[in-house]
Design a protein around this ligand. Structure first.
Ligand SMILES: *Cc1c(COP(=O)(O)O)cnc(C)c1O
Length: 509
Protein backbone atom coordinates (compact mmCIF):
# COMPACT_ATOMS: atom_id res chain seq x y z
CA UNK A 1 0.00 0.00 0.00
CA UNK A 2 1.28 3.39 -0.90
CA UNK A 3 1.10 5.79 1.93
CA UNK A 4 0.28 9.29 0.72
CA UNK A 5 0.95 11.87 3.36
CA UNK A 6 -0.79 15.18 2.92
CA UNK A 7 0.68 18.16 4.79
CA UNK A 8 -1.65 19.80 7.26
CA UNK A 9 -2.67 23.39 6.37
CA UNK A 10 -0.53 25.10 9.06
CA UNK A 11 2.66 23.52 7.76
CA UNK A 12 1.81 24.45 4.20
CA UNK A 13 1.39 28.13 4.97
CA UNK A 14 4.59 28.35 6.99
CA UNK A 15 6.60 26.81 4.15
CA UNK A 16 5.11 29.34 1.75
CA UNK A 17 6.32 32.19 3.95
CA UNK A 18 9.84 30.85 3.52
CA UNK A 19 9.70 32.12 -0.03
CA UNK A 20 9.40 35.86 0.09
CA UNK A 21 8.22 36.03 -3.50
CA UNK A 22 5.43 33.59 -2.78
CA UNK A 23 4.26 35.62 0.18
CA UNK A 24 1.82 38.49 0.32
CA UNK A 25 4.56 40.86 1.49
CA UNK A 26 5.77 41.53 -2.02
CA UNK A 27 2.22 42.47 -3.05
CA UNK A 28 1.28 44.70 -0.12
CA UNK A 29 1.76 48.41 -0.76
CA UNK A 30 4.86 49.71 0.99
CA UNK A 31 4.39 52.06 3.92
CA UNK A 32 5.75 55.48 3.04
CA UNK A 33 4.43 57.98 5.52
CA UNK A 34 3.44 56.12 8.65
CA UNK A 35 5.07 53.31 10.50
CA UNK A 36 3.18 50.11 9.69
CA UNK A 37 0.94 48.64 12.40
CA UNK A 38 2.22 45.08 12.02
CA UNK A 39 5.63 43.44 11.87
CA UNK A 40 6.79 41.44 8.87
CA UNK A 41 9.40 38.64 8.68
CA UNK A 42 13.02 39.74 8.45
CA UNK A 43 13.57 37.95 5.14
CA UNK A 44 10.73 39.88 3.56
CA UNK A 45 11.94 43.22 4.93
CA UNK A 46 15.43 42.52 3.63
CA UNK A 47 14.29 41.45 0.18
CA UNK A 48 11.89 44.35 -0.32
CA UNK A 49 14.47 47.00 0.60
CA UNK A 50 17.28 45.23 -1.20
CA UNK A 51 15.22 45.09 -4.38
CA UNK A 52 14.16 48.71 -4.32
CA UNK A 53 17.80 49.74 -3.90
CA UNK A 54 18.66 47.97 -7.16
CA UNK A 55 17.40 51.09 -8.88
CA UNK A 56 20.12 53.28 -7.38
CA UNK A 57 23.15 53.87 -9.58
CA UNK A 58 26.00 51.38 -9.25
CA UNK A 59 28.58 52.94 -6.89
CA UNK A 60 31.49 51.38 -8.76
CA UNK A 61 30.36 53.07 -11.98
CA UNK A 62 29.75 56.36 -10.21
CA UNK A 63 32.64 58.38 -11.57
CA UNK A 64 31.24 61.59 -10.14
CA UNK A 65 32.66 61.05 -6.70
CA UNK A 66 36.04 60.83 -5.02
CA UNK A 67 34.57 58.76 -2.25
CA UNK A 68 35.77 55.17 -1.87
CA UNK A 69 33.57 52.44 -3.32
CA UNK A 70 35.72 49.37 -2.84
CA UNK A 71 37.64 47.90 0.09
CA UNK A 72 39.15 44.52 0.79
CA UNK A 73 36.77 41.88 2.22
CA UNK A 74 38.94 41.61 5.35
CA UNK A 75 38.36 45.28 6.04
CA UNK A 76 34.64 44.96 5.26
CA UNK A 77 34.59 42.26 7.94
CA UNK A 78 36.38 44.46 10.48
CA UNK A 79 33.92 47.25 9.80
CA UNK A 80 30.91 45.03 10.33
CA UNK A 81 32.47 43.68 13.53
CA UNK A 82 32.92 47.19 14.95
CA UNK A 83 29.67 48.72 13.75
CA UNK A 84 28.13 48.55 17.22
CA UNK A 85 30.84 50.64 18.90
CA UNK A 86 29.99 54.25 19.59
CA UNK A 87 33.16 56.15 18.94
CA UNK A 88 32.45 58.70 21.64
CA UNK A 89 32.55 56.11 24.45
CA UNK A 90 36.28 56.55 24.73
CA UNK A 91 36.58 55.13 28.19
CA UNK A 92 34.68 51.99 27.23
CA UNK A 93 36.61 51.55 24.01
CA UNK A 94 40.13 52.72 24.83
CA UNK A 95 41.66 50.70 22.00
CA UNK A 96 39.50 52.42 19.42
CA UNK A 97 40.56 55.80 20.84
CA UNK A 98 44.18 54.73 20.71
CA UNK A 99 43.71 53.68 17.08
CA UNK A 100 42.33 57.09 16.12
CA UNK A 101 45.32 58.73 17.86
CA UNK A 102 47.71 56.53 15.88
CA UNK A 103 46.00 57.62 12.67
CA UNK A 104 46.29 61.31 13.67
CA UNK A 105 50.01 60.87 14.31
CA UNK A 106 50.63 59.04 11.05
CA UNK A 107 48.82 61.69 9.03
CA UNK A 108 50.61 64.51 10.87
CA UNK A 109 53.94 62.89 10.00
CA UNK A 110 52.86 62.44 6.40
CA UNK A 111 52.12 66.19 6.29
CA UNK A 112 55.46 67.05 7.93
CA UNK A 113 54.07 68.53 11.12
CA UNK A 114 56.87 69.76 13.38
CA UNK A 115 56.52 67.54 16.41
CA UNK A 116 59.53 68.67 18.33
CA UNK A 117 58.48 68.95 21.93
CA UNK A 118 55.90 66.17 21.93
CA UNK A 119 55.29 63.03 19.99
CA UNK A 120 51.58 63.65 20.10
CA UNK A 121 50.26 65.41 17.05
CA UNK A 122 47.28 67.72 17.38
CA UNK A 123 44.34 66.57 15.31
CA UNK A 124 41.07 64.73 15.30
CA UNK A 125 39.04 62.28 13.24
CA UNK A 126 35.83 63.73 11.81
CA UNK A 127 32.87 62.61 9.74
CA UNK A 128 34.54 64.04 6.64
CA UNK A 129 36.40 67.07 5.40
CA UNK A 130 33.33 69.25 5.88
CA UNK A 131 33.36 68.78 9.65
CA UNK A 132 37.15 69.08 9.60
CA UNK A 133 36.89 72.42 7.78
CA UNK A 134 34.26 73.74 10.21
CA UNK A 135 36.62 72.92 13.09
CA UNK A 136 39.67 74.45 11.42
CA UNK A 137 37.66 77.53 10.48
CA UNK A 138 36.39 77.91 14.04
CA UNK A 139 39.93 77.69 15.40
CA UNK A 140 41.07 80.49 13.03
CA UNK A 141 38.06 82.62 13.87
CA UNK A 142 38.56 82.24 17.61
CA UNK A 143 42.29 82.92 17.40
CA UNK A 144 41.71 86.04 15.34
CA UNK A 145 38.99 87.27 17.71
CA UNK A 146 41.18 86.71 20.77
CA UNK A 147 43.98 88.67 19.15
CA UNK A 148 41.70 91.54 18.10
CA UNK A 149 40.17 91.70 21.57
CA UNK A 150 43.60 91.86 23.15
CA UNK A 151 44.47 94.72 20.81
CA UNK A 152 41.22 96.53 21.62
CA UNK A 153 40.12 96.38 17.98
CA UNK A 154 36.70 95.46 16.53
CA UNK A 155 36.26 91.72 16.01
CA UNK A 156 32.82 91.48 14.44
CA UNK A 157 33.66 91.30 10.73
CA UNK A 158 35.87 88.27 10.13
CA UNK A 159 36.47 87.17 6.57
CA UNK A 160 38.16 84.30 4.82
CA UNK A 161 39.83 84.43 1.39
CA UNK A 162 39.45 81.50 -1.01
CA UNK A 163 39.18 80.83 -4.73
CA UNK A 164 35.73 80.72 -6.35
CA UNK A 165 36.51 77.04 -6.95
CA UNK A 166 36.07 76.11 -3.28
CA UNK A 167 33.87 73.21 -2.35
CA UNK A 168 30.43 74.02 -0.99
CA UNK A 169 31.46 73.23 2.62
CA UNK A 170 33.42 76.50 2.78
CA UNK A 171 30.31 78.40 1.93
CA UNK A 172 28.50 76.45 4.60
CA UNK A 173 31.17 77.34 7.12
CA UNK A 174 30.93 81.00 6.16
CA UNK A 175 27.16 81.10 6.48
CA UNK A 176 26.78 78.97 9.60
CA UNK A 177 29.58 80.63 11.53
CA UNK A 178 29.12 84.18 10.22
CA UNK A 179 32.34 84.74 8.39
CA UNK A 180 32.39 86.64 5.11
CA UNK A 181 33.69 84.54 2.22
CA UNK A 182 35.84 86.57 -0.15
CA UNK A 183 36.30 84.57 -3.35
CA UNK A 184 39.00 85.18 -5.93
CA UNK A 185 37.27 84.92 -9.30
CA UNK A 186 38.42 82.41 -11.91
CA UNK A 187 38.83 83.04 -15.63
CA UNK A 188 38.73 80.89 -18.73
CA UNK A 189 41.78 78.66 -18.79
CA UNK A 190 42.67 79.31 -15.12
CA UNK A 191 40.47 77.43 -12.70
CA UNK A 192 42.22 77.74 -9.34
CA UNK A 193 42.86 80.52 -6.86
CA UNK A 194 45.43 83.02 -8.10
CA UNK A 195 47.76 83.52 -5.08
CA UNK A 196 48.61 87.10 -6.12
CA UNK A 197 44.97 88.14 -6.20
CA UNK A 198 44.24 86.22 -2.99
CA UNK A 199 46.95 88.06 -1.07
CA UNK A 200 45.69 91.37 -2.47
CA UNK A 201 42.27 90.59 -0.96
CA UNK A 202 43.67 89.91 2.52
CA UNK A 203 42.92 92.63 5.06
CA UNK A 204 43.14 93.00 8.84
CA UNK A 205 39.88 91.04 9.25
CA UNK A 206 41.06 88.01 7.30
CA UNK A 207 41.13 84.99 9.62
CA UNK A 208 42.93 82.83 7.05
CA UNK A 209 43.49 82.15 3.36
CA UNK A 210 42.25 78.71 2.36
CA UNK A 211 44.17 77.01 -0.43
CA UNK A 212 43.01 73.79 -2.07
CA UNK A 213 45.27 70.88 -2.78
CA UNK A 214 43.29 69.24 -5.51
CA UNK A 215 40.55 71.53 -6.74
CA UNK A 216 37.19 69.81 -6.83
CA UNK A 217 36.55 71.15 -10.33
CA UNK A 218 39.66 70.00 -12.17
CA UNK A 219 41.94 68.28 -9.63
CA UNK A 220 44.61 70.95 -9.97
CA UNK A 221 46.91 71.75 -7.02
CA UNK A 222 46.96 75.39 -6.00
CA UNK A 223 50.37 76.96 -5.54
CA UNK A 224 50.53 76.93 -1.73
CA UNK A 225 54.25 77.71 -1.67
CA UNK A 226 53.82 80.88 -3.68
CA UNK A 227 50.87 81.82 -1.49
CA UNK A 228 53.02 81.26 1.60
CA UNK A 229 55.81 83.47 0.21
CA UNK A 230 53.52 86.31 -0.87
CA UNK A 231 51.61 86.23 2.40
CA UNK A 232 54.83 86.18 4.45
CA UNK A 233 55.85 89.34 2.64
CA UNK A 234 52.50 91.01 3.25
CA UNK A 235 52.49 89.96 6.92
CA UNK A 236 55.91 91.55 7.38
CA UNK A 237 54.68 94.79 5.87
CA UNK A 238 51.40 94.97 7.79
CA UNK A 239 52.13 93.05 10.99
CA UNK A 240 48.89 91.01 10.60
CA UNK A 241 50.17 87.47 10.71
CA UNK A 242 47.44 86.02 8.44
CA UNK A 243 47.71 82.19 8.38
CA UNK A 244 46.95 79.57 5.71
CA UNK A 245 44.69 76.53 5.84
CA UNK A 246 45.11 73.82 3.22
CA UNK A 247 41.99 71.98 2.12
CA UNK A 248 43.65 68.74 1.07
CA UNK A 249 40.36 66.78 1.07
CA UNK A 250 41.29 65.02 -2.16
CA UNK A 251 45.02 65.73 -2.49
CA UNK A 252 46.26 64.97 1.03
CA UNK A 253 46.61 61.28 0.27
CA UNK A 254 47.89 61.82 -3.28
CA UNK A 255 50.65 64.43 -3.10
CA UNK A 256 52.80 62.80 -0.36
CA UNK A 257 53.03 59.60 -2.40
CA UNK A 258 53.34 60.92 -5.94
CA UNK A 259 54.99 64.32 -5.46
CA UNK A 260 56.99 64.14 -2.22
CA UNK A 261 59.08 67.13 -3.30
CA UNK A 262 56.03 69.40 -3.67
CA UNK A 263 55.92 71.81 -0.72
CA UNK A 264 52.32 72.38 0.24
CA UNK A 265 52.07 71.20 3.85
CA UNK A 266 53.51 72.07 7.28
CA UNK A 267 56.92 72.55 5.65
CA UNK A 268 55.51 75.99 4.83
CA UNK A 269 55.53 78.10 8.03
CA UNK A 270 52.19 79.84 7.49
CA UNK A 271 50.26 76.58 7.04
CA UNK A 272 48.59 76.15 10.44
CA UNK A 273 46.03 73.45 9.70
CA UNK A 274 45.23 70.87 7.03
CA UNK A 275 42.15 68.74 6.42
CA UNK A 276 41.98 65.53 4.42
CA UNK A 277 39.14 63.14 3.61
CA UNK A 278 39.94 59.62 4.79
CA UNK A 279 37.05 58.48 2.60
CA UNK A 280 38.57 59.86 -0.61
CA UNK A 281 42.13 58.81 -1.45
CA UNK A 282 42.52 57.69 2.17
CA UNK A 283 40.76 54.61 0.72
CA UNK A 284 38.00 54.19 3.32
CA UNK A 285 34.22 54.08 2.74
CA UNK A 286 32.21 57.28 3.34
CA UNK A 287 32.28 58.71 6.85
CA UNK A 288 35.81 59.72 7.84
CA UNK A 289 37.92 62.86 7.57
CA UNK A 290 40.82 64.35 9.48
CA UNK A 291 42.04 67.74 10.58
CA UNK A 292 45.58 68.28 11.80
CA UNK A 293 46.96 71.43 13.43
CA UNK A 294 50.55 72.49 13.20
CA UNK A 295 50.91 72.78 16.97
CA UNK A 296 48.94 73.15 20.18
CA UNK A 297 49.15 76.94 19.88
CA UNK A 298 47.10 76.84 16.70
CA UNK A 299 44.07 75.31 18.40
CA UNK A 300 42.63 77.72 20.99
CA UNK A 301 42.23 75.94 24.30
CA UNK A 302 38.74 77.38 24.88
CA UNK A 303 37.33 75.36 21.96
CA UNK A 304 38.39 72.08 23.51
CA UNK A 305 36.02 70.28 25.81
CA UNK A 306 37.59 68.16 28.49
CA UNK A 307 35.45 65.21 29.30
CA UNK A 308 36.31 63.42 32.46
CA UNK A 309 35.71 59.71 32.13
CA UNK A 310 36.43 57.90 35.39
CA UNK A 311 39.29 60.20 36.19
CA UNK A 312 40.85 60.19 32.72
CA UNK A 313 40.93 63.49 30.90
CA UNK A 314 39.71 63.14 27.33
CA UNK A 315 39.94 66.33 25.31
CA UNK A 316 37.42 66.53 22.46
CA UNK A 317 36.85 69.01 19.66
CA UNK A 318 34.12 67.86 17.29
CA UNK A 319 30.72 69.17 16.22
CA UNK A 320 28.80 65.97 16.90
CA UNK A 321 28.85 63.54 19.80
CA UNK A 322 27.98 59.93 18.94
CA UNK A 323 29.22 58.31 15.75
CA UNK A 324 30.39 54.94 14.48
CA UNK A 325 33.90 53.58 15.00
CA UNK A 326 34.15 51.45 11.86
CA UNK A 327 35.58 54.12 9.60
CA UNK A 328 38.37 55.00 12.01
CA UNK A 329 39.25 51.34 12.36
CA UNK A 330 39.13 50.91 8.59
CA UNK A 331 41.51 53.85 8.18
CA UNK A 332 43.99 52.18 10.50
CA UNK A 333 43.56 48.92 8.59
CA UNK A 334 44.53 50.70 5.37
CA UNK A 335 47.60 52.34 6.93
CA UNK A 336 48.73 49.06 8.46
CA UNK A 337 47.95 46.91 5.44
CA UNK A 338 49.09 49.19 2.62
CA UNK A 339 51.89 51.16 4.19
CA UNK A 340 53.57 53.94 2.24
CA UNK A 341 54.42 51.47 -0.50
CA UNK A 342 50.83 50.33 -1.00
CA UNK A 343 49.40 53.85 -1.14
CA UNK A 344 52.08 54.89 -3.59
CA UNK A 345 51.27 51.96 -5.90
CA UNK A 346 47.54 52.63 -5.74
CA UNK A 347 48.07 56.32 -6.58
CA UNK A 348 50.38 55.43 -9.44
CA UNK A 349 47.83 53.02 -10.87
CA UNK A 350 45.13 55.67 -10.59
CA UNK A 351 47.33 58.15 -12.48
CA UNK A 352 48.02 55.53 -15.13
CA UNK A 353 44.29 54.89 -15.61
CA UNK A 354 43.69 58.65 -15.79
CA UNK A 355 46.40 58.97 -18.43
CA UNK A 356 44.88 56.17 -20.52
CA UNK A 357 41.49 57.75 -20.28
CA UNK A 358 42.79 61.16 -21.25
CA UNK A 359 44.64 59.77 -24.26
CA UNK A 360 41.56 57.90 -25.41
CA UNK A 361 39.41 61.00 -25.11
CA UNK A 362 42.04 63.05 -26.94
CA UNK A 363 41.90 60.60 -29.85
CA UNK A 364 38.25 61.45 -30.46
CA UNK A 365 39.46 64.93 -31.38
CA UNK A 366 36.44 66.50 -29.76
CA UNK A 367 37.66 67.55 -26.35
CA UNK A 368 39.86 70.06 -24.66
CA UNK A 369 41.15 69.29 -21.15
CA UNK A 370 40.86 71.37 -18.01
CA UNK A 371 42.56 68.88 -15.68
CA UNK A 372 46.35 68.89 -15.49
CA UNK A 373 48.78 66.02 -15.84
CA UNK A 374 49.96 66.74 -12.30
CA UNK A 375 47.24 66.70 -9.70
CA UNK A 376 44.44 64.43 -8.59
CA UNK A 377 43.90 61.37 -10.80
CA UNK A 378 40.89 62.66 -12.67
CA UNK A 379 40.06 63.78 -16.17
CA UNK A 380 38.01 66.95 -16.60
CA UNK A 381 37.22 67.86 -20.16
CA UNK A 382 35.00 70.10 -22.27
CA UNK A 383 33.83 70.02 -25.87
CA UNK A 384 36.24 72.04 -28.02
CA UNK A 385 33.44 74.20 -29.33
CA UNK A 386 32.36 74.86 -25.69
CA UNK A 387 28.99 73.39 -26.44
CA UNK A 388 27.43 73.08 -23.02
CA UNK A 389 24.28 71.37 -24.23
CA UNK A 390 26.39 68.63 -25.82
CA UNK A 391 28.24 68.11 -22.55
CA UNK A 392 24.97 67.55 -20.70
CA UNK A 393 23.75 65.27 -23.49
CA UNK A 394 26.91 63.17 -23.34
CA UNK A 395 26.55 62.85 -19.57
CA UNK A 396 23.00 61.65 -20.07
CA UNK A 397 23.93 59.26 -22.88
CA UNK A 398 26.64 57.65 -20.72
CA UNK A 399 24.06 57.08 -18.03
CA UNK A 400 22.34 54.68 -20.42
CA UNK A 401 25.49 52.55 -20.40
CA UNK A 402 25.50 52.61 -16.60
CA UNK A 403 28.25 55.24 -16.14
CA UNK A 404 27.70 58.26 -13.98
CA UNK A 405 29.80 61.10 -15.37
CA UNK A 406 28.67 64.54 -14.24
CA UNK A 407 28.63 67.69 -16.37
CA UNK A 408 28.72 71.07 -14.65
CA UNK A 409 29.33 74.70 -15.42
CA UNK A 410 32.36 76.39 -13.91
CA UNK A 411 31.97 79.09 -11.22
CA UNK A 412 32.50 82.84 -11.68
CA UNK A 413 33.97 84.12 -14.02
CA UNK A 414 34.17 81.00 -16.16
CA UNK A 415 30.46 80.11 -16.20
CA UNK A 416 30.41 79.67 -19.96
CA UNK A 417 32.64 76.59 -19.66
CA UNK A 418 30.83 73.29 -19.11
CA UNK A 419 33.00 70.45 -17.96
CA UNK A 420 32.60 66.69 -17.72
CA UNK A 421 34.61 65.04 -14.97
CA UNK A 422 35.71 61.44 -14.46
CA UNK A 423 37.28 60.72 -11.07
CA UNK A 424 39.67 57.79 -11.20
CA UNK A 425 39.53 55.73 -8.05
CA UNK A 426 41.59 52.62 -7.38
CA UNK A 427 38.75 50.37 -8.52
CA UNK A 428 38.64 51.88 -12.02
CA UNK A 429 41.22 49.68 -13.69
CA UNK A 430 42.37 49.52 -17.29
CA UNK A 431 39.61 47.15 -18.35
CA UNK A 432 36.89 49.52 -17.17
CA UNK A 433 38.65 52.55 -18.65
CA UNK A 434 38.71 50.87 -22.07
CA UNK A 435 35.05 49.99 -21.76
CA UNK A 436 34.23 53.57 -20.79
CA UNK A 437 36.14 54.91 -23.78
CA UNK A 438 34.31 52.61 -26.13
CA UNK A 439 31.00 53.72 -24.64
CA UNK A 440 32.00 57.38 -25.00
CA UNK A 441 32.74 56.66 -28.67
CA UNK A 442 29.33 55.13 -29.21
CA UNK A 443 27.60 57.92 -27.34
CA UNK A 444 29.40 60.55 -29.45
CA UNK A 445 28.31 58.82 -32.64
CA UNK A 446 24.74 58.75 -31.41
CA UNK A 447 24.84 62.41 -30.48
CA UNK A 448 26.86 64.02 -33.22
CA UNK A 449 27.31 61.78 -36.18
CA UNK A 450 23.80 60.35 -36.32
CA UNK A 451 21.79 61.97 -39.14
CA UNK A 452 19.34 64.56 -37.92
CA UNK A 453 16.04 62.92 -37.29
CA UNK A 454 13.48 63.99 -39.91
CA UNK A 455 9.95 63.15 -38.94
CA UNK A 456 8.40 60.55 -41.19
CA UNK A 457 4.96 61.59 -42.26
CA UNK A 458 2.60 59.26 -44.00
CA UNK A 459 -0.20 60.90 -45.96
CA UNK A 460 -3.06 58.91 -47.41
CA UNK A 461 -5.08 60.56 -50.17
CA UNK A 462 -8.38 59.06 -51.12
CA UNK A 463 -9.00 59.60 -54.82
CA UNK A 464 -12.35 59.39 -56.45
CA UNK A 465 -13.00 59.30 -60.14
CA UNK A 466 -15.10 62.11 -61.56
CA UNK A 467 -16.57 62.55 -65.03
CA UNK A 468 -18.64 60.18 -67.02
CA UNK A 469 -20.11 57.76 -64.62
CA UNK A 470 -20.81 54.28 -65.67
CA UNK A 471 -18.36 53.01 -68.24
CA UNK A 472 -15.28 54.20 -66.34
CA UNK A 473 -13.23 54.40 -69.54
CA UNK A 474 -12.23 58.05 -69.25
CA UNK A 475 -12.08 60.74 -66.55
CA UNK A 476 -9.77 62.94 -64.54
CA UNK A 477 -8.34 62.89 -61.03
CA UNK A 478 -8.28 66.18 -59.17
CA UNK A 479 -5.59 66.48 -56.52
CA UNK A 480 -6.06 69.44 -54.23
CA UNK A 481 -3.07 71.74 -53.88
CA UNK A 482 -1.41 70.63 -50.67
CA UNK A 483 1.25 72.11 -48.52
CA UNK A 484 2.62 70.79 -45.31
CA UNK A 485 4.55 72.57 -42.54
CA UNK A 486 6.12 71.05 -39.53
CA UNK A 487 8.40 72.08 -36.78
CA UNK A 488 10.63 69.60 -35.04
CA UNK A 489 10.49 69.96 -31.30
CA UNK A 490 13.27 68.86 -28.97
CA UNK A 491 12.12 65.36 -28.14
CA UNK A 492 12.83 65.69 -24.46
CA UNK A 493 14.40 68.23 -22.18
CA UNK A 494 17.92 67.15 -21.45
CA UNK A 495 19.23 70.07 -19.52
CA UNK A 496 17.41 72.88 -17.90
CA UNK A 497 19.34 75.70 -16.35
CA UNK A 498 17.97 76.85 -13.05
CA UNK A 499 19.34 80.04 -11.61
CA UNK A 500 19.99 79.61 -7.93
CA UNK A 501 20.63 82.77 -6.01
CA UNK A 502 23.77 82.57 -3.92
CA UNK A 503 25.47 79.39 -2.90
CA UNK A 504 27.20 76.72 -4.89
CA UNK A 505 25.03 74.72 -7.20
CA UNK A 506 27.43 71.97 -8.02
CA UNK A 507 26.53 68.52 -6.84
CA UNK A 508 30.04 67.16 -7.29
CA UNK A 509 31.99 66.06 -4.28
C1 LIG B 1 35.27 66.56 -1.08
C2 LIG B 1 35.80 67.87 -0.73
C3 LIG B 1 35.35 68.54 0.41
C4 LIG B 1 34.27 67.99 1.29
O1 LIG B 1 34.71 66.83 1.88
P1 LIG B 1 33.79 65.71 2.56
O2 LIG B 1 34.81 64.78 3.06
O3 LIG B 1 32.93 65.14 1.49
O4 LIG B 1 33.00 66.37 3.64
C5 LIG B 1 35.94 69.74 0.72
N1 LIG B 1 36.90 70.27 -0.06
C6 LIG B 1 37.35 69.66 -1.17
C7 LIG B 1 38.45 70.29 -1.98
C8 LIG B 1 36.81 68.44 -1.55
O5 LIG B 1 37.25 67.83 -2.67
Amino acid sequence: MVLSVVQPVEEQSSSIIDSVFASRYVQDPLPRYRMPERSIPKEAAYQIIHDELLLDGNPRLNLASFVTTWMEPECDRLMVETMNKNYVDMDEYPVTTEIQNRCVNMIAHLFNAPMVETRNAVGVGTVGSSEAIMLAGLAFKRKWQNKRKAEGKPFDKPNIVTGANVQVCWEKFARYFEVELKEVKLREGYYVMDPVKAVEMVDENTICVAAILGSTLNGEFEDVKLLNDLLTHKNKKTGWNTPIHVDAASGGFVAPFLYPELEWDFRLPLVKSINVSGHKYGLVYAGVGWVIWRSKEDLPEDLIFHINYLGADQPTFTLNFSKGSSQIIAQYYQFLRMGFEGYKNVMRNCMESARLLREGLERTGRFTFVSKEKGIPLVAFAFKEMNSSLAFKLSKALRHYGWIVPAYTMPANAEHVTVLRVVVREDLGRQLVEKLLSNVGNALRELIEAPPTVPRITVTLKLRQTGSEGDGAEGSLVMPLTSMNWKQEESDIIHKEVVVMGGKTKGVC
